[in-house]
Design a protein around this ligand. Structure first.
Ligand code: HPA
Length: 236
């Protein structure tokens, strides 16, 4: 069985999926952090790597960038491959002064300018929210690792380059922690299929002061901790 964007059998994909944005990152998660990995699908450069984390079967597969790309993969995984949980692991730009570069944000919910919040139920703007069990697993693990963790809403934008930077202060006043481009799409897909999802984000840059020039080493350390938090969320 194959879908338009995933070419493998249903059993080749684990029920738990770790989902970075970048396909190269998915491959590195598989090669450097998982055991017994096998490339089970590779359509349009989006590899699906199935193996184990501490004996638990997991598939590492990228979302690509933005809600439309993520929605394709998440929909096919939830609806055709028996996937129960997807954890996005990625980066975001800081919006709130409470968050600093290198902090971890666990997205309890996602505001968005994408139509995913308004298209399914006419006249209603949906609350796109994380799985509580996954959220608790990720927060506990990140705190155990000694990281500063913020739990709150993020803003999922359809635009990396937007002329409407004037809306950011309003989102900040409403407690929005950071901006990225996929979480709302993931939470909408999970809701649509009765499944679970979470986004664990590392602050890679800050919109207020332009900070965020991280060294390669800093990026790797940051990433390893948020990966462990994401894996804990999948297993929770
Ligand atoms: N905007 C959108 N996505 C992002 C950003 C940003 O500033 N930083 C990291 N991911």
């Amino acid at each position: 069985m194959a879908t338009p964007h995933i070419a493998c059998e249903r059993g080749d994909i684990a029920p738990l999926v770790i989902m970075p944005g970048d396909p190269k990152r998915a491959e590195r998660i598989a090669r450097d952090h998982m055991e017994g990995v096998k490339l089970v699908s590779d359509v349009r450069g989006i590899g699906a790597w199935t193996g184990t984390f501490d004996g638990v079967p997991v598939t590492a597969m990228a979302s690509g960038m933005g809600v439309p790309s993520l929605s394709i993969y998440a929909t096919e995984l939830y609806s055709q491959f028996g996937v129960e949980r997807i954890c996005r692991v990625g980066t975001c730009g800081g919006i709130s002064s409470k968050v600093k570069v290198k902090d971890v944000i666990v997205a309890v919910s996602a505001h968005t300018n994408s139509s995913v919040a308004t298209i399914d139920v006419p006249g209603v703007s949906l609350s796109l929210a994380a799985s509580y069990e996954m959220l608790r697993g990720a927060v506990d693990q990140a705190r155990r690792a000694g990281r500063t963790v913020h739990v709150g809403p993020v803003y999922t934008s359809d635009f990396f380059y937007s002329a409407r930077t004037d809306i950011i202060p309003a989102l900040d006043r409403l407690g929005t922690l950071g901006v990225e481009m996929e979480a709302a799409g993931l939470y909408a897909c999970a809701a649509a299929h009765g499944k679970e999802a979470l986004a664990v984000l590392t602050v890679s840059d800050h919109l207020k002061d332009g900070s965020g020039d991280l060294t390669a080493d800093e990026r790797e350390t940051m990433f390893a901790d948020s990966l462990q938090a994401a894996v804990a969320a999948l297993k929770a």
